[in-house]
Design a protein around this ligand. Structure first.
Ligand code: ARG
Length: 463
């Protein structure tokens, strides 16, 4: 180290870093959360260096023991993080040298912070993807179980937020599960590209030491070493990919949230959310607000923001590593934290939803939701579909005037609109008959909902 600066890279510098610049360029305040993976990577690196003869076994053992002790110090909150040591990597390395002396300075042989940080972030993200996958599976299981319980519950299905046709509540919940299933698959797919090891790329061009990258990759559980050193230290597309799938998950959760907010309103009144997921108003004593879904809906915004931050961060960067990339961490970390919180809240809350079955049924009954069923009935009796549409439109008009649903009209009243209508028409005008008739793969019939729930559960059990 030079006299003018205490930095590990201070050799060629003749004056100390400006105090503000030191704080401005440091990342330790936020990248210290990588400590576990930084140490994990260093232990594997030292193990590999000893295997290829660059370190002695004693040196390796001293380094590993020192790193393990440092891990303990950090976990116990005893580690003194220093902004003047810039980042998590140099803080840990400096502490290692303070503890074990000159051998500590050998750890950085054949690597650079450029491949080190890329490795740390990938190891960290891989673990977080696994935790998020568990939480997403829990949310899916809760959603599917509720769907099974509500396979026979009838509610209005909507298009344009207008009552369209009756569906089962179970079917609606399984639509949510389809979105979540694709999200899960995207998460696993992203993991494949995250789990590639940059270590060995060193600063950008590789290293002159006889390193064994396949061995280090194996020690760290990576699928393989990366194949181009310039690309390894420079690209953050894996983090962008993660933020884009996180944005999709939050987009889906914002849609689920919106429906929950609507359904808990006095105007819909389809479900009850237990008090523990709601809060009150400080001025309006009657209020019970669906805060959890509202907040999840709102949090989608910050995750979309992080995606745009990372895309913009990477845009136009020349190869290879640039300090810009230090800015990858906060958006990525906040995306992970936000997603984890939202998934936890939903995984806890969804199974606790209490449907108000009569209200849902009444809403479906009020909205002429079996009008299509009447048209299909006429078609089965030989009426062309367009004419059937016209006939039913007139019958609905009559019902609106009279304040009565199609199923509440007499046979004689219905026959004014078409003489092919017979007494069996009432079988298709009931809500139960309507949903039961949609009995094919992907349909809303209770039997199909039960079968689809089984298939969905099997997919999760096989993970
Ligand atoms: N803190 C840096 C980052 O997060 C580590 C790599 C720094 N490399 C360098 N040559 N300045 O990107």
């Amino acid at each position: 180290m030079s006299q003018q600066t205490d930095k590990p890279w201070g050799g060629r510098f003749s004056e100390a870093t400006d105090a503000f610049v030191e704080r401005f360029t440091a990342s330790v305040t936020f990248d210290q959360r990588l400590y576990h993976h930084d140490i994990q990577g260093s232990i594997a690196h030292a193990t590999m260096l000893a295997r290829v003869g660059v370190l002695t076994e004693d040196e390796r053992d001293a380094i590993i023991q020192g790193l393990n002790e440092i891990h303990g110090e950090i976990e116990r909150g005893e580690f003194d993080w220093s902004v003047s040591l810039e980042d998590v990597h140099m803080n840990i390395e400096a502490r290692l040298t303070a503890k074990i002396g000159i051998t500590g300075k050998k750890l950085h042989t054949g690597r650079s912070r450029n491949d080190q940080v890329a490795t740390d972030v990938r190891l960290y993200l891989r673990d977080e993807i696994d935790t998020l996958s568990e939480e997403l599976s829990r949310l899916q299981r809760g959603t599917i179980e509720l769907a099974e319980r509500e396979a026979d519950t009838i509610m209005p299905g909507f298009t344009h937020l207008q009552t369209a046709q009756p569906v089962t509540f179970g079917h609606h919940l399984l639509a949510w599960n389809e979105m979540l299933q694709r999200d899960y698959e995207r998460l696993q797919d992203c993991r494949k590209r995250v789990n590639i090891m940059p270590l060995g790329a060193a600063a950008l061009a590789g290293t002159t030491y006889p390193i064994d990258r396949a061995y280090t990759a194996e020690l760290l559980g990576f699928d393989r070493p990366s194949t181009n050193s310039l690309d390894s230290v420079s690209d953050r597309d894996f983090a962008i990919e993660f933020c884009s799938l996180a944005s999709l998950i939050l987009m889906h959760m914002s849609r689920m949230s919106e429906e929950l907010v609507l359904w808990t309103s006095a105007q819909f009144d389809f479900i009850h959310l237990p008090d523990r997921f709601c809060t009150g108003s400080s001025i309006m004593p009657q209020k019970k607000n669906p805060d959890v879904p509202e907040l999840v809906r709102g949090k989608s915004g910050r995750v979309y923001g992080h995606l745009i931050s990372l895309l913009t961060l990477m845009k136009s960067q020349p190869l290879a590593y640039n300090k810009d990339n230090q800015e990858d961490k906060e958006p990525l970390f906040d995306t992970i934290d936000t997603l984890k919180g939202c998934l936890k809240a939903f995984a806890d809350m969804i199974p606790a939803i209490e449907p108000k079955r009569e209200q849902m049924f009444e809403a479906a009954r009020r909205g002429f939701s079996t009008a299509t069923d009447l048209a299909d009935y006429l078609v089965r009796s030989g009426v062309p579909f367009r004419d059937a549409h016209e006939v039913v439109g007139k019958a609905v008009g009559f019902g609106v005037e009279q304040g009565r649903d199609l199923s509440e009209m007499t046979l004689a009243e219905l026959q004014q609109f078409s003489d092919v209508i017979a007494a069996d028409v009432f079988d298709v005008l009931t809500l139960e008959g309507s949903v039961a008739a949609r009995d094919h793969i992907g349909g809303t019939a209770p039997a199909q909902v039960r079968a689809a729930a089984q298939t969905a559960k099997a997919l999760i059990a096989a993970r």
